[in-house]
Design a protein around this ligand. Structure first.
Ligand SMILES: Cc1cc2nc3c(=O)[nH]c(=O)nc-3n(C[C@H](O)[C@H](O)[C@H](O)COP(=O)(O)O)c2cc1C
Length: 545
């Protein structure tokens, strides 16, 4: 299989659907499915019947505006969401009207304008195929240029060339830490040893985060192709995708992608007639947050209890079964294809000095447009919340946005003009994390928010190290007292001390960052903690047990 063969495949797909003038695309990602998209799809298929070979009803991935689902778009083949007629809150009963409108004016009462900032202010790289292609269609992916980057890498580039492009791109890991991807790949590539592994981290345990799920459900081949390019660059022939079992649709679509890629010669032995071979296997996680931490994840793949171990050694040096292992997040891998296709220097023109490319965010909480967005790094937080997100519904005031999940913090209104990138968020005491953004209005209690995240960390602590196991319990007990108006000034002092200790002494990132939501809410909303103080009693550690 060379680039010409790929082009032939794409041409065959286009020829087979040459008569199709209009596609009626139904979002069949998890969010729209939960609001009833499957019956809408079935009703549209039944309504269209066999009479219209020039139209086709097609299941696609996430279109982004989840709060308006089920979403249906009518578009010319290959065209993007912005060029389509978009319908919101579609019910099966609307199918007749939508199909009848294909030859005339759009159905006004269902129409959702795509010239609004939610759509026009985004910059889609990772999500460029989402909501357009059928995630289960191998040929559909190829028709969008899919697998050309892999074939190019294998036939025209050495592993060192691939490493150079990825390094030049400035891409940083999207799983939370922001570690430079090119540096990580180069480290694994340099390690001696016959056996090396690639792992795609699709554990996604942060409350409010659904970016990776949507990427896998919308464009699974994109992630697979990125993983294959990575395996070629570092010299691996075995890869794993670790995905939580609570994501059955993502698992099913990824499984289908693996099967079809293998059948077409893009996985398995001697890919694209080269000496490069790769097997990809899915491993299901049982939903423990700590299993997203790389060393715990690897233990889980090895069949051991999913608990972290100290680093070093880092996975790049000694990972799965003691072999050098490259572990990256879903979105990190999804960025690889455009980097190889357009060049690392192109990618580096997008974003900020130290945070390149775009970032996918999951907007949740009290915000008008909940859903999935992709914007260039460095976009102002205010633009994300007020312009793209449409602000706070019901005339209420914005209070804070929580970023970075249980490892992050809350940003108050005073800092809404910050440019969102890895480094700027850190200066505010929070972090980018994997991309969850939970927006809160004036009615939210920030002490409750801190208590919620601490309860999450307490429940999810694996118990291996004492600071995290007991520290999160103690901090939660204090926060619970404070939230109930029974805390004291001594509680506040003790809470701050515990934050420092747990941060400094925990074994892994879960404990090390568990205090962040407390520290950031204390920093920006101290008055709310003060207002909650009850009788000013002295509290010792034993009282709070
Ligand atoms: C408690 C905890 C949970 C984590 N969960 C995830 C996760 O769900 N997905 C992910 O990609 N990274 C997660 N990470 C970060 C990983 O350990 C690792 O840094 C990441 O997968 C590396 O990929 P990247 O370089 O592409 O970001 C987690 C870290 C910690 C400490």
């Amino acid at each position: 299989m060379n680039l010409d063969d790929l082009e032939d495949l794409a041409a065959q797909y286009r020829a087979a659907s040459a008569d199709v003038r209009q596609e009626v695309r139904v979002c069949l990602a998890a969010s729209c499915q939960s609001s009833g998209a499957q019956p809408v799809f079935d009703a549209l298929v039944a309504e269209l019947g066999e009479q219209r070979p020039d139209c086709k009803v097609k299941g696609v991935g996430c279109m982004g505006l989840c709060s308006a689902g089920p979403l249906v778009s009518v578009a010319a083949p290959q065209s993007g969401l912005e060029e389509s007629t978009l319908y919101r809150d579609v019910a099966p009963e609307d199918a007749g009207e939508i199909i009848a409108s294909l030859d005339g004016a759009p159905v006004a009462r269902l129409h959702c304008p795509t010239d609004q900032p939610f759509f026009t202010r985004q910059h889609k790289i990772v999500l460029e195929n989402a909501g357009i292609i059928d995630p289960d269609s191998f040929r559909g992916y190829v028709a969008q240029g899919g697998y050309a980057a892999l074939v190019r890498a294998l036939s025209e580039m050495t592993p060192a060339d691939v490493l150079r492009e990825v390094t030049e791109s400035g891409l940083r890991g999207r799983g939370g830490g922001g570690y430079p991807t090119g540096l990580k790949w180069s480290t694994v590539a340099k390690m001696p040893g016959e056996r090396k592994y690639v792992i795609c981290n699709a554990d996604e345990g942060d409350p409010g985060a659904f970016m990776d799920r949507a990427i896998l459900e919308s464009d699974p081949h994109r992630v697979l192709e990125g993983m294959a390019i990575a395996a070629y660059a570092i010299g691996a022939s075995k890869a794993y995708v670790y995905v939580r079992a609570e994501y059955p649709l993502a698992v099913e679509r990824f499984q289908t992608a693996i099967r079809k890629a293998k059948r077409s010669g893009f996985l398995g032995n001697k890919i694209a007639d080269t000496q490069f071979s790769l097997e990809v296997e899915i491993r299901l996680g049982a939903g423990a947050f700590v299993c997203g931490e790389e060393t715990a994840l690897m233990a889980s793949i090895e069949g051991l209890r999913g608990q972290p171990r100290p680093r070093p050694p880092y996975p790049a040096e000694s990972g799965l079964w003691g072999c050098p292992t490259l572990i990256n997040n879903v979105e990190t891998f999804a960025n690889i294809v455009p980097i190889i296709r357009e060049g690392g220097d192109w990618f580096a023109t997008i974003g900020t000095e130290r945070s390149k490319g775009t970032k996918v965010f999951a907007l949740a909480g009290t915000i008008t447009n909940t859903g999935l967005i992709e914007v260039p790094m460095g976009t102002a937080l205010r633009d994300i919340i007020e312009v793209i997100g449409g602000g706070i519904p019901g005339g209420k005031a914005f209070k804070a946005v929580q970023t970075g999940g249980p490892s992050g913090g809350c940003i108050p209104a005073a800092h809404l003009d910050i440019a969102v990138d890895y480094d700027s968020l850190k200066t505010l005491g929070t972090m980018m994390g994997s991309g969850g953004m939970i927006v809160m209005d004036e009615t939210s209690s920030m002490v409750d928010v801190a208590r919620y995240f601490m309860e999450f960390c307490m429940t999810e602590s694996c118990g291996k190290c004492i600071p995290c196991r007991t520290g999160t319990q103690q901090m939660h007990a204090i926060l619970d007292r404070l939230a109930k108006g029974q805390g004291s000034r001594a509680d506040l002092a003790l809470l701050e001390e515990l934050c420092e200790v747990v941060q400094a002494t925990s074994l892994c990132g879960l404990g090390q960052t568990a205090p962040n939501p407390v520290l950031s809410t204390m920093r920006y909303f101290r008055d709310e903690y003060e207002a909650k103080l009850g009788a000013d009693r002295q509290v010792s550690l034993t009282d709070s047990q």
